[in-house]
Design a protein around this ligand. Structure first.
Ligand code: PLP
Length: 380
């Protein structure tokens, strides 16, 4: 029996090496990694710029704690908020931590407690963010969740309007529900949220843990919507594979997150900051972001041409989902055929290549999917 807890349902592949979009298992078999470690390896495996950055920083300084000023945090914070309406950053180590910070800040700033989130959302596994997550299966077995989270169907404007009241501190949502099956926000929903937030002084929290840092073809996915969030949370792709989380917020929120309100030992450590800064310098350019949009368009068109019309192709940028009868069966087949994918529920599979994926690798992935899909999808 394994010495590990069994909380992950792992697939029988032991990955031992990675380079760009390719990984190798212990038997030397290669795979196209269209999981990117679940939207994490934004610049691919063993990216030379990031390898050099880690080497350099690891010889200089790993960790100092938040007892001292930290120029590495300052530099990254400035880069993250540049060209946005946001002003400040707080750094932590994961997406769930970033969301915990957001929930605490929203409650503290407004003095209110109710937070509206969406059904099928995913915000993390710690108590606050688990409670924000609109999926009963995530809550099951853990007793009372944090109070005052209320859920509405994603993209349902009427439910939103019915749920908002004077006790509402914030509305929290993803622009694309990733874990929840790759569902993209509608323009109407985004407009309605922003309007009601503006009218009633409710905070808008956009969870960009999966969609942020160029994944959808813009620095942040909210830029492609009517949303103007007060708080944005980040993690996953931000440091290209090094653990990190971040919460960004507007200047109005500054006073509510003063000394003693929140903190973390490891958050903002120089190693994470250095790698994330290198990632941002690569990704936050017009030219790089355009490559993501172009590849997305190409990928979608190729998939449309190759797959049966009954297969729905959804998503933004390089966060795409395709429908199938059984995601576990499809993933089993593509694993065997050298393409790694991420299930998003029972009938959707996510395609999340590194943003540096080549057109040739996209072609290869489409070919493997084309062969696998008829086996797992009832062609209607
Ligand atoms: N929010 C979103 C949208 C996510 O997709 C995830 C993870 O999948 C999280 C939060 C939680 O992030 P982490 O696993 O880093 O805690």
């Amino acid at each position: 029996m394994s010495a590990l807890f069994g909380n992950y349902k792992t697939r029988p592949i032991q990955i031992v090496k990675g380079k760009g979009t390719t990984v190798w298992d212990e038997n030397g078999k290669s795979y196209l990694d269209f999981t990117s470690g679940i939207a994490v390896l934004s610049l691919g495996h063993a990216n030379p710029i990031l390898v050099d950055t880690i080497k350099h920083q690891s010889e200089l300084l790993w960790h100092t704690s938040n007892l001292f000023e930290n120029k590495y945090q300052e530099k990254l914070a400035e880069k993250l908020v540049k060209d946005t309406h946001l002003s400040h950053a707080f750094f932590c180590n994961s997406g769930t931590e970033a969301n915990e910070a957001a929930i605490k800040l929203a409650r503290k700033h407004t003095g209110k407690h109710k937070i509206i989130t969406c059904l099928h959302s995913f915000h993390g596994r710690t108590f606050g963010s688990m409670s924000a997550t609109g999926q009963e299966k995530v809550h099951k077995g853990f007793g009372p969740i944090v109070e005052k989270f209320e859920y509405i169907p994603f993209n349902d404007v009427d439910s939103l309007l019915a749920k908002v009241d004077d006790e509402t501190a914030a509305i929290m949502l993803e622009v694309v529900q990733g874990e929840g099956g790759v569902h993209v926000i509608t323009p109407e929903f985004a407009q309605a949220i922003q309007k009601i937030c503006d009218e009633k002084g409710i905070l808008c929290i956009v969870d960009e843990v999966q969609t942020g840092i160029g994944r959808t073809g813009t620095a942040y996915a909210y830029e492609q919507t009517a949303l103007k969030p007060d708080i944005v949370t980040l993690a996953k792709g931000l440091a290209g594979g090094f653990p990190i989380g971040a919460m960004l917020g507007t200047a109005e929120l500054y006073e509510s997150f003063g000394p003693g309100t929140h903190g973390t030992t490891f958050g903002g450590n120089p190693l994470a900051m250095a790698v994330a800064t290198a990632v941002i310098e690569e990704i936050f350019t017009k030219a790089f972001l355009k490559t993501v949009t172009d590849k997305s368009q190409y990928f979608k068109e190729k998939l449309q041409a190759a797959l049966p019309a009954s297969v729905e192709i959804r998503g933004m940028g390089l966060l795409l989902g395709i429908t199938c009868d059984s995601s576990s069966k499809l993933v089993e087949i593509t694993d065997k055929n050298g393409l790694l994918l991420v299930p998003a529920g029972e009938d959707v599979v996510r395609l999340l290549p590194p943003l540096t994926v080549s057109y040739d690798e996209i072609d290869q992935a489409v070919e493997i999917l084309q062969a696998a899909i008829p086996v797992t999808t009832t062609v209607k």
